[in-house]
Write a protein that binds this ligand. Structure first.
Ligand SMILES: [Zn+2]
Ligand SMILES: [Zn+2]
Length: 442
């Protein structure tokens, strides 16, 4: 029954009440969540192999009276909290580790050779377990105005675990989805927000060029393949930049070009390999076909045969402005008014983008650097670690965001109704990039 507020919900939303409830919860549970994070850190598991991690998450949730359901491949879980009334908000944590050596000298050092939680997914997991325990308590007290779905997603780094969650019905009936990702360039206690694209698509392209070779004295009797390959390497990126909206930031950059073996022989094959990065979902979808047709026309002019293998990565993560505003409202309520900081878009990839192609939502950057230590330090390094106070911050922000999104659902009425805020209205497809840009955080 949309619009109905369970008793007590209103009181719980008086300023400071949620913050107090979270403080009480964290005073009791923060150490336990840090211990969980360290346990996961000591036992990292690669994508689709997260069996121990899945067991551990399930045990914690079941002990709180929740009923998590494992995903079909056996790793990763989903868990609904609260009644079916009102909206359904999903919170996602990725749970997999990386094939990297743990280079840290800490008591919770990885016990698995060559595998390490160097992207902070152990932290994401512990935080979401904490949110589950807190919201289970809220639901029991009649303080949850809707349903929250916890998604513990496997194989983000593979990538593609998001697709498995979606195939298992993970976002069916979900109105909005939120996630946090550790960011060592932001201090603990801060939250980095950005409306619009926050991570990029990254695909790989492999071009194989063939044609009759021969003596460099008689290029006219050959396809002069090296010359043709050089033309492809320079003209393809140039033509692309004229055929797509520059705001999509679609770029093709070559990483390897190779042909021939001696100065006076024209080879009969050559290769060029590179990556395509893109910030716009529509341009990303159009990229392979456009690349094929441009390659055909450039190669055709030099009478060589060019084959393109286009390998898809993840789509860009395009944050919906209204969801970003919910993060901001939530962070203001539990962290204070100066906690939100702007964050840059990254050209890295994140498979959360798959969800946002179907439903609105946002990914935010959780500050994990010790105060005074935030710099150009990055994820995916064997020395990556966090200031563990970020776990309590993340629990507070995620729980508050879910409640904010549920509350706004009550205010808005039906789930497909308009969304408040300096936001674009969700059109069931994706945000209008111009409107998102206009609403972008400073
Ligand atoms: Zn990563
Ligand atoms: Zn990650």
């Amino acid at each position: 029954m949309p619009g109905h507020e369970p008793e007590g919900v209103h009181m719980a939303w008086q300023p400071g009440v949620l913050q107090m409830q979270l403080e009480t919860f964290l005073a009791k549970n923060e150490r336990r969540l840090i211990a969980l994070r360290r346990d996961l850190h000591m036992h990292p598991e690669l994508g689709f192999d997260e069996h121990r991690t899945t067991q551990s998450i399930g045990d914690q949730l079941r002990a709180a009276g929740l009923r998590p359901v494992a995903l079909p491949k056996g790793t990763g879980l989903m868990c609904d909290i609260g009644s079916g009334e009102g909206r359904t908000i999903a919170l996602r944590a990725d749970i997999d580790a990386l094939p990297l050596v743990d280079e840290k000298d800490v008591p919770y050092h990885s016990t698995v050779a060559g595998v390490c939680h160097a992207c902070g997914h152990d932290v994401h997991t512990a935080m979401l377990v904490g949110v589950g325990l807190f919201l289970a308590q809220q639901a029991a007290d009649g303080l949850l105005p809707g349903r929250v779905r916890l998604i513990f997603q496997p194989a983000e780094e593979v990538p593609g675990g998001a697709l498995d969650v979606m195939a298992a019905g993970g976002i069916a009936g979900v109105d909005r989805i939120f996630a946090l990702h550790c960011d060592p360039r932001i201090e603990v206690g801060k939250l980095g927000l950005r409306a619009g694209p926050i991570t990029a698509a990254c695909d790989k392209v492999y071009v194989n060029v063939t044609g009759p070779g021969g003596h460099t004295a008689r290029p006219h009797l050959t396809a002069d393949l090296v010359y043709a390959l050089a033309k492809i390497v320079t003209e393809l990126p140039a033509a692309l930049s004229r055929r797509v909206d520059p705001r999509s930031s679609l770029s093709l950059v070559w990483g390897r070009v190779s042909a021939g073996s001696v100065a006076n022989a024209i080879p009969d094959d050559g290769v060029a390999e590179g990556t395509v990065r893109c910030l716009d979902d529509e341009a990303w979808h159009a990229a392979p076909e456009l690349m094929h047709s441009l390659l055909d026309s450039v190669a055709g002019a030099y009478d060589v045969k060019a084959d393109l293998e286009y390998v898809r990565g993840v789509p860009p993560t395009v944050n919906e402005a209204a969801s970003v505003q919910m993060f901001r409202t939530a962070a203001d309520a539990v962290l204070g008014e100066n906690a939100v900081v702007p964050t840059q878009q990254s050209l890295g990839g994140e498979d959360f983008g798959w969800y946002l192609e179907s439903i609105p939502g946002a990914l935010a950057r959780l500050g994990v650097a010790e105060p005074g230590q935030a710099g150009d330090y990055d994820l995916h390094r064997g020395t990556f670690d966090v200031d563990e106070r970020c776990i309590a911050v993340g629990v507070s922000v995620l729980a508050s965001t879910a409640l904010t999104a549920l509350r706004e659902g009550l205010a808005d009425g039906p789930v497909d109704g308009p969304v408040d805020g300096p936001a674009v209205r969700w059109d069931g497809n994706r945000p209008d990039p111009e409107a998102v840009e206009g609403a972008a955080l400073a």
